[in-house]
Ligand binder design. Structure first.
Ligand SMILES: [Fe+2]
Ligand SMILES: [Fe+2]
Length: 674
């Protein structure tokens, strides 16, 4: 087992009043008084060479024992190890004030032979050395234990961090910074294996970071071969732990490119390069770390030293060490986790893209059923996003504190794209219904009126023909019939025109039954028989209901059916197993026709507090697009000024969220989306 032994050991003898005790100077020797200067001398010796560990034998008198012991207690124990030799020149050796026996290797009179003195000194040093080695051993095991514990914690934390990050670029940065931190590396790069258009694998330099220099390197790609260090690892899958990049094994196929070092006055010394392998053992990238740092003079050890900045050549000489071999397997474990996290991130991204494209394609397909509304959902989504992003930028007003996260923006976008999805369940004719009667119904009604006209003409023609046999007697009757025929035919033409006019959608609440009542009265008085001789009804119940519509072109049932699109949307969208971050999509979509005064649908919810901000945004976006869209066949697009005035008016009436409307108008969001 290889022990850590990075210290130089310096042996010194410090004697106080017994300068004669140690005649031979085979160690550094200091003769000083026991006082503050004694402590300062020891501190000076420690300071002289910061890497040294001092093993010292102190030769003192019994009277000095307590004072020396107290002083030694104030020194840095980790670097000074001592033994005391107490020399008592009195005849009787005085042990009275010696309370603690440890640290004392001998007590003797001064009058002994030189060889005995030498023996005592050697024995003292040998005790200290033994103690020092044991301490070192203890420390080494302790450090190993701490390192393994730290590595284990780091690995767990890295696993957690990596699995939490979904964005690939952020993930790569995270992988690199965690790898550098855990190994105390000063610099690092990440390379990814990718395929070019001809399906040849290349290595893409993706991202790098150097603690001690600001080195901007653009992405680039390179051949995968054994000539470069990263290429070698990408080819062979071997881990390279290189002590010095400028002193490579002459037999190694790879070489080090010193270009960046020269350009940025940097010295790449130790390197640790590991492959990133996915679960199929394929190499998908390479992590390359440079210059493991360790500061032996401070408590910074291993990954605590990664923030240290290397400025001068001396810094590189003093602080850069070979990557500890335990990092080989540790970094491989990190690289393995990173590879899986990257693949997951790419897979999630791919699934998200596929899902998004699928949603968009479905929306396009649904909207293509009715060209008049095509693009509506995409425009509403765009308006919603623009409003939400503007709210994020707002630092004043009631929405200043509101911020939509990336996930919330995506959630809003999906909800907006899908908000009218339920229309797929609604009879398309109702959506396309531009007038109060469906075109076919109007056509049939006109045909019946024309039939009535013709029937009336025939009816009178028959009656008149019957009277023509006795023309002289029936002249007045015939005249009367002519007049009656004229009146009836005129009335039929009037009714036809009136019905064509009544069929236009109404934009006011005026009751059309005022116009319909005389028509119904007159038309029932006109006789009309079908070809089979049955009495023929000109205006059906359905015609009457529809022509009585007070506002717009839809009757109550049709309106209800159209309104049901929001619950149909909700039912459909709720069936999609959304991830938790998109859990509000069904609710946001369901509420896009709710109005704050309770006059909306499906639930007539009243009050801002009961509706999410997202659905309040969507209501504004939906109304604006419905008004401004150029392509609704049943209604001309409203000029922009008027659209804005209507939206403001709706906000004033308490139907729309005035804060949202204010942002929409003040920040001219309509300009971005038109
Ligand atoms: Fe809608
Ligand atoms: Fe809509």
């Amino acid at each position: 087992m290889e022990m850590e032994n990075k210290h130089k050991i310096k042996k010194i003898i410090v004697s106080t009043k017994c300068t004669s005790f140690c005649g031979e100077h085979w160690h550094d020797q200091y003769d000083i008084e026991i006082s503050q200067s004694f402590k300062m001398t020891l501190e000076y010796i420690l300071e002289q060479d910061k890497r040294n560990v001092i093993l010292t034998v102190l030769i003192i008198t019994p009277e000095e024992y307590e004072q020396v012991f107290q002083l030694m207690n104030t020194l840095d124990y980790s670097r000074i190890y001592y033994q005391l030799v107490i020399v008592d020149n009195n005849e009787e050796l005085n042990f009275n004030n010696i309370k603690r026996l440890y640290h004392i290797s001998d007590i003797t009179g001064g009058n002994i032979s030189d060889s005995k003195k030498k023996f005592i000194i050697d024995k003292s040093f040998s005790i200290i050395e033994k103690y020092f080695k044991n301490e070192q051993r203890k420390k080494w095991f302790h450090n190993k234990l701490m390192d393994s514990q730290n590595d284990q914690e780091d690995l767990i934390n890295i696993g957690k961090s990596l699995s939490a990050e979904k964005d690939l670029d952020n993930l790569l940065r995270l992988i690199l910074s965690l790898s550098k931190k855990i190994t105390g590396a000063d610099a690092g790069s990440i390379y990814l294996v990718e395929k070019d258009q001809e399906d040849h694998k290349r290595l893409r330099f993706k991202y790098s970071h150097t603690q001690s220099r600001d080195i901007p390197i653009e992405e680039f790609t390179m051949e995968i071969n054994k000539n470069s260090i990263s290429g070698y690892v990408a080819t062979t899958g071997e881990v390279l732990n290189i002590p010095n990049a400028y002193d490579l094994d002459p037999l190694a196929p790879y070489s080090f490119n010193p270009y960046i070092d020269k350009e940025y006055n940097y010295i790449s010394r130790s390197m640790l390069v590991v492959p990133m392998k996915n679960h199929r053992d394929e190499i998908i990238g390479v992590i390359q770390l440079i210059n493991s740092k360790e500061d032996l003079n401070s408590s910074a050890h291993g990954n605590e030293a990664y923030l240290m900045v290397l400025k001068t050549k001396e810094d590189f000489d003093n602080y850069v060490v070979t990557f500890d071999h335990r990092y080989d397997s540790l970094l491989q474990a990190i690289a393995g986790q990173a590879a899986v996290a990257m693949e997951n991130s790419q897979l999630i991204h791919q699934i998200q893209m596929q899902f998004e494209e699928f949603v968009k394609a479905s929306i396009s397909a649904i909207e293509s059923r009715d060209p008049a509304t095509s693009g509506h959902s995409f425009r509403v989504a765009n308006i919603c996003l623009e409003i939400a992003k503007e709210i994020n930028r707002t630092s004043t007003g009631p929405l200043a504190e509101t911020t939509f996260s990336e996930n919330e923006l995506k959630e809003l976008e999906f909800a907006a794209l899908l908000h009218d999805f339920g229309k797929v369940y609604i009879d398309l004719n109702i959506f396309k219904k531009a007038k109060k009667l469906f075109p076919q119904d109007l056509e049939n009604l006109i045909l019946r009126l024309d039939y009535l006209y013709r029937f009336t003409e025939l009816k009178f023609s028959k009656k008149i023909n019957n009277l023509r046999g006795d023309l002289s007697n029936n002249r007045n009757k015939i005249k009367a019939l002519w007049s009656q025929e004229y009146t009836e035919l005129n009335r039929i033409s009037e009714i036809k025109n009136e019905i064509i006019s009544l069929n236009e959608p109404a934009y006011s609440e005026i009751d059309p039954t005022e116009r319909l009542t005389p028509i119904l009265r007159d038309i029932t008085q006109l006789e009309c028989e079908s070809t089979t001789g049955d009495k023929m009804q000109i205006l059906t119940e359905e015609n009457i209901t529809n022509l009585s519509i007070r506002k717009g072109s839809l009757n109550a049932m049709e309106r209800k059916e159209i309104e049901s699109h929001v619950t149909e949307t909700y039912n459909f969208v709720s069936k999609i197993p959304w991830p938790p971050e998109y859990a509000n999509i069904p609710e946001i979509a369901l509420r896009h026709h709710e109005l704050l005064d309770g006059s909306g649908y499906p639930d007539g919810i009243k009050g801002k507090e009961l509706l999410t901000l997202q659905s309040r945004i969507m209501t504004v976006a939906d109304i604006f697009d419905a008004l401004s869209a150029h392509d609704r066949h049943y209604k001309k697009s409203v000029p922009l000024e008027k659209c804005l005035a209507i939206i403001e008016e709706e906000a004033d009436k308490g139907k729309l969220d005035s804060d949202v409307v204010k942002i929409f108008i003040d920040r001219k969001i309509y300009e971005k989306v038109l």
